[in-house]
Design a protein around this ligand. Structure first.
Ligand SMILES: C[S@@+](CC[C@H](N)C(=O)[O-])C[C@H]1O[C@@H](n2cnc3c(N)ncnc32)[C@H](O)[C@@H]1O
Length: 284
C-alpha cells in the first residue's frame, strides 16, 4: 500500500521519518526515491533485514540517508535519543512478518514445511516456538492459543500436544500441523493450523507487547503535524492501534474508516488482502 502510505503519511518533504519495520526496504525505498530531502531511521529486529540492506545495491545508493537500528521498535525513544534526534516528521509500522521470512525454510513460520519450529524474528532471542510447544503446561498453551489465535479448539489442541509430546519432542512445523489436524478439520480454504501458528508467532515475538510500547511512544517522538501510519494484518493488532489512537489526547485520527488495499494490489500481493491502514496526527 505504497501509494496510500505516500498520500497519508508524508506531510513534509524534509527531515527524519521512521520506518519501524524495514523488512526488505520496499516502503523506505519508495520514500527515498521520491523525496530527495527525507532521511530514514530504519528499524528491524531481524539480522537478515540488516544483511539485505547492506547487500542490496538499490538500498546502498541511499546509505547516506538511512540510519539502520537493529533493534525492536519498542525501543524507539532510546534509539532516537542516542542519535540526538528529538522529533521526527512521520512514522510507519508495517506489522508482522515479511514474505521473505515466511518463505525462508530455516525460520519455521510456515506450517507447510519441515522447518524447525523456530518463529523468532530476532534470531538473538532465546525463546523459540519449539520451547513453547514442548515445555509449556497444557493450561498455558491453551491460554496462548485462545488469547493470540482466538482459536475455539484451544483446549483440545493443547491437550493433544501434551499427549503427543510424551512420544517424543515436536520438532517441525509439519509435525505440529499434523497434530492440530487430528483435532480440527479443514473448513474451506483456510488451513486448520493457521490460528495456532499465528498465536505461537505472536507469543514468541511478544508482538502485542512491542506494539503497545511503540504506540505509547509515538506522541513523544512525533513533531506537531507529523503522522503515524500503522498497517495491521489481524484483528488483535488492529484493535490495539484503534484503541490507542482513540485514547491518546495528543493525537487526531485521520481516517475514521480503515483504509484497505485496492483490488489491483490484492491481485499482485495477496497478503495485502488483510491489510488495514490507520493514521493519526500529532496535534498537541
Ligand atoms: C511486514 S514486514 C515489513 C516489510 C517492509 N515494509 C517492506 O517494504 O519490505 C515486517 C518487518 O518488521 C520486522 N518487525 C516486526 N516486528 C518488529 C519489532 N517489534 N521490532 C523491529 N522489527 C520488527 C520483521 O522482522 C519484518 O522484517
Amino acid at each position: 500500500m505504497v501509494n496510500e502510505i505516500d498520500q497519508y503519511l508524508i506531510t513534509k518533504d524534509t527531515g527524519f521519518y521512521v520506518d519501524c519495520t524495514f523488512g526488505g526496504g520496499g516502503h523506505s525505498l519508495f520514500v527515498l526515491n521520491k523525496y530527495k530531502n527525507i532521511k530514514i531511521i530504519a528499524f528491524d529486529q531481524d539480522t537478515d533485514s540488516l544483511k539485505r540492506f547492506n547487500e542490496n545495491s538499490d538500498l546502498q545508493k541511499f546509505k547516506d540517508r538511512i540510519i539502520f537500528c537493529h533493534d525492536n521498535f519498542r525501543n524507539i525513544k532510546e534509539n532516537l535519543q542516542k542519535l540526538n534526534i528529538e522529533k521526527v516528521n512521520g512514522l510507519l509500522a508495517d506489522l508482522g512478518v515479511s514474505s521473505k521470512q515466511l518463505d525462508d525454510k530455516t525460520r519455521g513460520f510456515s506450517f507447510n514445511s519441515d522447518d524447525f519450529l523456530d518463529m523468532r524474528m530476532n534470531k538473538e532471542q532465546d525463546l523459540t516456538a519449539y520451547d513453547v510447544v514442548n515445555t509449556f503446561s497444557k493450561d498455558k498453551l491453551q491460554d496462548i492459543f485462545f488469547k493470540y489465535g482466538e482459536e475455539s479448539f484451544s483446549k483440545q489442541i493443547a491437550q493433544k500436544i501434551v499427549e503427543e509430546r510424551l512420544k517424543g519432542n515436536i520438532k517441525t512445523c509439519n509435525q505440529l500441523k499434523d497434530i492440530i489436524c487430528k483435532v480440527k478439520w479443514s473448513k474451506g480454504k483456510i488451513n486448520p493450523a493457521t490460528q495456532i501458528f499465528q498465536a505461537l508467532r505472536i507469543f514468541v515475538n511478544d508482538e502485542l507487547g512491542s506494539l503497545q510500547d511503540l504506540l505509547n511512544s509515538i506522541s513523544d517522538v512525533l513533531d506537531i503535524g507529523a503522522r503515524a501510519a500503522f498497517l495491521t494484518y489481524h484483528s488483535l493488532e488492529d484493535r490495539l492501534v484503534k484503541q490507542s489512537f482513540k485514547e491518546d489526547e495528543n493525537l487526531k485520527i485521520i481516517n475514521k474508516k480503515v483504509i484497505t488495499a485496492c483490488e489491483e494490489e490484492i491481485k499482485t500481493n495477496p497478503r495485502s488482502r488483510s491489510a488495514k491502514l490507520r493514521v493519526a496526527e500529532k496535534i498537541l
